[in-house]
Design a protein. Structure first.
Length: 122
């Protein structure tokens, strides 16, 4: 599939969204936009051409060494080509497809080694 335009963002699950936003702002990120997705707030920050998504799962308490969820997101040109490719290479869809409030289409799949990949059409 030659459908990928670019890496769209890297996402990090955080324990305190406000604290994390302030931290990333202190190192040069600015807020791009906030989205509500299935009752959870997602905050997109940018620094140059790099986009970072921060999201907090409500009611989850982490110890310092607990693993946080992360995923790598790619922007694609053709949604139909993407769905055909996912089917052809037999990737497991873990979430979606969804249409976000800002018009983005998104789908999450599990890579061959368990990594979480998101594909988006913006």
């Amino acid at each position: 599939m030659n459908n990928i335009q670019s890496v769209h963002h890297v996402a990090i699950e955080v324990s305190d969204l406000s604290r994390s936003i302030e931290f990333y702002k202190s190192i040069g990120f600015t807020i791009e936009q906030s989205l509500d997705f299935q009752g959870e707030e997602m905050m997109f920050l940018v620094n140059g051409h790099f986009r970072l998504e921060l999201y907090e799962v409500k009611g989850v308490r982490y110890k310092r060494n607990d693993d946080k969820q992360m995923h790598l997101a790619f922007e694609v040109e053709s949604w139909k080509e993407l769905l055909n490719w996912i089917d052809a290479v037999k990737l497991e869809i873990t979430e979606g497809p969804f249409m976000l409030e800002n018009g983005w289409r998104t789908i999450f799949v599990k890579g061959y080694d368990g990594e979480i990949l998101e594909f988006m059409q913006c």
